[in-house]
Ligand binder design. Sequence first.
Ligand SMILES: [Zn+2]
Length: 498
Amino acid sequence: MESARTEMEMPKNCVQSPACAARHGNAFSRRQVLRLAGLAVAPGVAACRGLVAATDDETRVVEQTRSKKSPSQELWVGFSQVDITPPVGAMMTGPGLARAVGTDDPLRARTLVARSGDRMMAIVGVDLVKIRRDLADAAIAQASQRTGINRDAVMICCSHNHSSPFVPMGGPNNADYLAKLPRLIADSIEQACQALQPARMFLGRALVFDGLHNRRVISKTDGLALNTWLRKVSDLERTPQVLGTAGPIDPELWVARFDARDGRVLGTLVNFTCHPSLHDRIRLKTWSADYPGVIADQLAKAFGKDVVSVFTQGASGDVNPNTQFDANWREKAGVFASAAVHAAQNAVPAKGSVVVDYARSDVVVPRRDPADWRPEAVARLDWRPDMFEAAKRQVVHMPPTREVPVNAGRIGPLGIATNAGELFVDWGLDIKRRSPFPHTIVSELTNDWVGYEPTAQGFRQEGYEALVGPNFVSLKGIRILVDTAVELLRKLWEKHSR
Ligand SMILES: [Zn+2]
């Protein structure tokens, strides 16, 4: 089921390590070899590719660095952010597909590049509702070509902000903007590579119970799920009794903080599990990074204006903020942002040597059978039947299987598992439970888009996410994606535990 791609595969222009250089039979100067060992400190593409001769100052720092630690133990990180805000007039993501009239706060591609020894990985947090596979592949190919970073080592992680551009399956809508997007994401990865420098890792976590909920409740009338935004839920005639929520939330808000040798905070990697649908987009029709943008702003306010925070969205397929598209969205986002600042301030040093590594598998998963639903399943929601009809027609025309990327990475004790869809929170907790890492985060909507991914119980209980259209990967396929993520985490854990 897996593609033949191997994680050790090197790009043609690979100059990442002395070992690799030796394999390729290239002759390098001593300075270049020091750079290739991952020890150069100067900004510039050279930090990634080792092609530019070092200055004397750089060589001195390199030699001092080498005397303290071997390159395999050394953590280096670089951060960057690039503006990806679409123009005014571009089409916003649904519902309504409005044309944007302005920008509340800019959309960005924020990147963390982490490296130890010859292993270098990029995690890009993008302010997009989702990304198509062809766009992610193009961004990864460009970044790989420019920096030498391995294609399997790049995660393009959508925050899922709802005040972002419409990303159609194809066609003319937003085509000009989307054509530019891969280059902008690759720019961000390249700039983060150029900023690589020695760093220390700190881990912090807050538990957040304010402002989010599992957005599926069980109606006593039929024992099935209703989504909390449906009018029917507030109608005592039609929903006389609700038997609690259909699933949990995941309260973990993670902040991995990276400090320079001099103690300056360089940036953070943030992970939280809740739909970013707070920004008042229906009324304002403006671009906004939603609460992940507020988290990044508050962390920069607390730790320094140049601090970049890369946000990854957890398994939030069935988790919403308590109010959506809210006039007081900034205030409500501030609850999550305060928790992030608190976690970053109380972060503790990562134990042991901080190994960076990555793995990717492209797995083939079966499509959902479009006939697999009850006609009454849409009617009972009493909400947007036309949307379900249109989405179902798209599923009918999909091929019976599709190849989907799954990535995993590690930075020291932190494992990162990805999924390409909108994963139900129970699946995210399942990955955390089965992961061998002391700490694990899940990044959904990464490197592709495969719709909603309910659990077996979620499918049985129906509701918006479980119907054909919003969901188009079968339960079997979802299991394959989750199991693959766990398998990759295990591989990365065992590889460095022997
Ligand atoms: Zn969603």
